[in-house]
Design a protein around this ligand. Structure first.
Ligand code: XBP
Ligand code: MG
Length: 267
């Protein structure tokens, strides 16, 4: 028995994108002469704030500035974020950020099995289109029946809104779906929407409290031990639906793939 739909987070789940986001933010800050630079450790801390515009605002709030200096900067955030989005989209459109291990395989298996696919993310549609077209071809966005983005809901993750929007648009109830996430905020959002959730942390999000996840592992390829990923996933998911307690947590995480190790080094 397969779930009706798989709902994927984007950043950190479909691809380990946050280094590209960080570099894009810093290029924008340079371009506008702000004198800001987010190091990897700055950015890992700032990732607790979901949404690029909100992240910039949080950084601005942390600066000791007189009100008459702060106000014009606050009103420029949308312009800076638009510039950053163009830079990020150009960076990923060229294929600089690969899909994470197992993602392409699971998407292909799901399509072949008639399992519907959707996205629920905090990022923008422009970023999604750039990433997907780099890896899934010109009609990449058609792979996902519903693409729910951050600016389509009032409250971004960890609020459940973006997953609830995806489920409502799909016309699917939570028990018929599986969510895939990489972060604590994303897990809270998916679980808040009632979803059985697989977490594959990256070096930016590892070490979070993933205790409400159904499965936590280094990447989706770890589910491919001998069987198709979808088959292993469906077995865990349907087992969880029949068993009282979620007996599927804590699967032996795979040894980090070379790419994950590289990502860890980048972090
Ligand atoms: C992660 C986020 C996003 C990205 C940056 O999104 O919180 O804000 O870090 O993208 P996801 P934007 O839900 O896919 O993990 O600058 O477009 O917000
Ligand atoms: Mg994410």
């Amino acid at each position: 028995m397969f779930p009706k739909v798989l709902i994927f987070d984007v950043d950190g789940t479909l691809a380990d994108t946050e280094e590209a986001h960080r570099r894009s933010f810093n290029q924008t800050f340079d371009h506008f002469g702000l004198g800001w630079h987010w190091s990897a450790s700055d950015y890992q801390r700032l990732l607790a704030v979901t949404g690029g515009k909100e992240r910039i605002a949080a950084h601005l709030d942390s600066l000791a500035l007189p009100a008459d200096e702060r106000a014009p900067l606050q009103s420029a955030i949308a312009q800076w974020h638009a510039d950053k989005t163009v830079r990020y989209a150009q960076m990923v459109a060229g294929g600089a950020v690969p899909l994470r291990p197992g993602v392409a395989q699971l998407l292909a298996e799901a399509r072949a099995a008639g399992v519907r696919l959707a996205i629920a993310t905090t990022t923008t549609r422009a970023n999604i289109d750039a990433l997907l077209s780099a890896h899934l071809g010109a009609h990449a966005a058609d792979t996902f029946e519903v693409i729910a983005c951050g600016d389509m809901v009032l409250a971004k993750k960890p609020a459940p809104d973006v997953y609830e929007l995806a489920l409502r648009t799909l016309g699917v109830d939570p028990p018929q779906a599986i969510a895939f996430e990489d972060s604590v905020a994303g897990l809270s959002s998916a679980v808040g929407a009632g979803l059985w959730t697989v977490v594959t942390p990256t070096c930016w999000t590892e070490g979070g409290d993933f205790s409400t996840a159904a499965v936590v592992m280094s990447d989706l390829a770890a589910l491919a031990a001998g069987d198709p990923i979808l088959q292993t996933l469906a077995r865990l998911w349907s087992g969880a639906r029949t068993a009282d307690s979620p007996e599927n947590r804590g699967l032996p995480a795979s040894t980090p793939s070379a790419r994950d190790t590289a990502a860890a080094a980048r972090c």
